[in-house]
Design a protein around this ligand. Structure first.
Ligand SMILES: Nc1nc2c(ncn2[C@@H]2O[C@H](COP(=O)(O)OP(=O)(O)OP(=O)(O)O)[C@@H](O)[C@H]2O)c(=O)[nH]1
Ligand SMILES: C[S@@+](CC[C@H](N)C(=O)[O-])C[C@H]1O[C@@H](n2cnc3c(N)ncnc32)[C@H](O)[C@@H]1O
Ligand code: SF4
Ligand code: SF4
Length: 332
């Protein structure tokens, strides 16, 4: 086994695979109203290519968990087949999905049956009108139905990702926490990152973890770290709501970076390895695959790609440059 180690003592064991750069929403912090120039079909990995790369990661490189994301991964009609093929690998990795939840109501049962272990659904607001402003689509009810179906399919605990945007939904943290408590889902607030295709992010506009926690002062949040729970490599810092069993997370990529414990590596839908969400370089495994490289050669290229990983994202450095690819094409 070759570990995917970098020069800072970190080892990547969590593979985040983007299945498509396309999406049926247009979240304002992610992409413009008109969408993007989607990747041409011939550049996308086929299912066999994708599963082969995941197999190499699992068999040779110590990948133990696989998260399927995008773009919107539910747009892949063959998602159950992909999940089943990954679930067939030895050793079997845990398999998770990050989705906007549209169409999940119909598909949650099939995904669970195919081998999906965990699901995270994105929902920024409880108000359908705000949802329409934030995503530019009228699909709020579909997302709520998807979350319900995921729970009914036994994909618990369902985690919910909420990005708070100033002037749009930054007053909604308390109501979202109360809703999550009633629904029995784990809510995580995400700081907005500079990864939108429009390059509209501004440090002085983003809603910070401190602001989010201050707005939840009435909820008696206590860090679970104080109970001895170890965070490990998780992006989310967890808090207990009062004396209840409810946990709420804050993913503070910008104001409280967690790069020092990073165990993630990304594979884009067009077969590029990215050693960091904010990496400015990529390693082209698709060309290697299509020019007849052996599993061993691909594994060695992958190891070299991770070895060059930077210590952190650099968002707070004056010289920071946003990556060329937007979040939706990297795999968030
Ligand atoms: N900066 C940074 N943000 C990340 C990273 N991984 C995930 N995130 C962000 O965290 C948010 C939630 O990600 P998810 O896809 O739900 O995954 P997760 O939080 O790792 O999942 P769990 O293991 O279920 O907690 C998204 O906005 C991601 O972009 C990362 O490596 N770096
Ligand atoms: C890129 S999306 C891909 C999966 C799926 N389409 C979804 O929305 O869950 C993954 C996660 O990234 C988050 N995200 C997108 N753009 C972001 C940004 N600029 N800053 C922080 N999080 C972002 C979304 O809210 C979502 O929770
Ligand atoms: S955050 Fe997810 S749902 Fe929203 S536009 Fe981006 S890829 Fe689509
Ligand atoms: S920004 Fe890069 S180094 Fe930091 S946690 Fe994310 S992927 Fe890892």
């Amino acid at each position: 086994m070759l570990p995917l180690a970098d020069a800072y003592g970190r080892v990547a064991t969590d593979l985040r695979v983007s299945l498509t750069d396309r999406c049926n929403l247009r979240c304002t912090y992610c992409m413009p109203p008109e969408g993007l120039d989607w990747m041409p079909d011939d550049q996308l990995l086929t299912n066999d290519e994708l599963v082969r790369l995941v197999r190499i990661g699992v068999e040779r490189l110590g990948i133990g968990s696989v998260r399927l994301t995008g773009g919107e991964p539910l747009l892949r009609q063959d998602l159950p087949q992909i999940i089943a093929a990954v679930a067939d690998l030895t050793p079997r990795p845990t398999i998770a999905l990050t989705t906007n939840g549209i169409g999940l109501a119909r598909r949650a049962g099939d995904l669970k049956a195919a081998g999906l272990d965990r699901i995270n659904v994105s929902l920024d607001t409880l108000d359908p009108a705000r949802f329409q402003v934030m995503t530019r689509r009228r699909r709020h009810a579909d997302v709520l139905a998807g979350i319900r179906a995921a729970k009914e399919a036994g994909l618990e605990p369902v985690k919910i990702n909420s990005v708070l945007m100033r002037g749009l939904n930054d007053d909604e943290a308390p109501a979202l926490v109360d809703w999550a408590g009633r629904e029995g889902v784990q809510l995580r607030f995400i700081e907005q990152m500079p990864l939108d295709a429009q390059h509209g992010w501004r440090r002085d506009r983003m809603v910070t973890a401190d602001e989010i926690l201050a707005s939840l002062a009435g909820h008696g949040l206590r860090p679970v770290a104080a109970e001895g729970t170890v965070r490990g490599s998780a992006p989310s810092e967890l808090f207990r709501v009062g004396d209840t069993s409810q946990l709420v997370g804050v993913i503070a990529s910008v104001s409280r970076p967690f790069c020092g414990a990073c165990d993630r590596v990304r594979l884009t839908a067009d077969g590029q390895i990215r050693n960091c969400l904010f990496s400015r370089t990529e390693d082209d495994l698709r060309t290697a695959l299509r020019s007849g490289a052996s599993d061993e050669e691909i594994a060695e290229q992958w190891v070299r790609a991770v070895a060059g990983k930077h210590p952190g994202h650099g968002i707070n450095d004056p010289s920071f440059l946003q990556p060329d690819r937007p979040m939706s094409a990297i795999g968030g």
